[in-house]
Design a protein around this ligand. Sequence first.
Ligand code: ZN
Length: 182
Amino acid sequence: MKKTGLKIEIYGSEILRTRAASVKTPGPEHRELLSAMARFMYANSGIGLAAPQIGVGEAMIVVDIGAGLYKLINPRIIRREGRQAIEEGCLSLPGVSVNVNRARKITLKALGHDFNPVTITAEGLLACVFQHEIDHLRGRMIVDYASLFDKVRLKRKLAELYRRSENDRLPEPGEEQRKLRL
Ligand code: ZN
C-alpha cells in the first residue's frame, strides 16, 4: 500500500455511525481532500470511498468502478428505479461481505469537483457503489442489510473488527480483496 497519510476507519469507529455534515462553503481544502480520498481509494484497490471512512465527518465521496473518477460533495439520491442484489464488501469491514438489495438505477444530485451542481444517472454496479457510499454519509453500513442468517454468520467477525478498530493499523488485505471494496 502506498503511503497517503490517511487511515481507514474500521467497523466499531463512531464516525462510521454518525451522519456526515453537509459542506456549506466548499473550498480548496475540500478539493484537496477529494484528491487525497481518490489516491487512498486507488492505493487500497477500492472502487468507492466516503469521507467518514477516513475520519472526516463531511458529505464527500469518491467513486471509480473503472469507467472514470467521480468526486462528489453533498450527493443526494433523487430517484430510484428497479431492484438488484450484489454481494458487497467494504474497506471499513475487511473480510466481510453481504448480499445487499438496492435500486438498480438511480439519479443523484451533487456538487462536482469544481463545485458546480451535477446530476448523474447510473445503473448496475455504478448505481450500487453510489448508494453504498451515500449510505456511509448517513451512518449506514452493509451489515445493516444483512439477513438474520448473515448476522449470525458475521457475529464473531464483527466483534473481532470492533476490537480491532481500537488499533491504528490497516488490516492486511486478504480474501476480501476479491470482493468489492467500497
Ligand atoms: Zn463501505
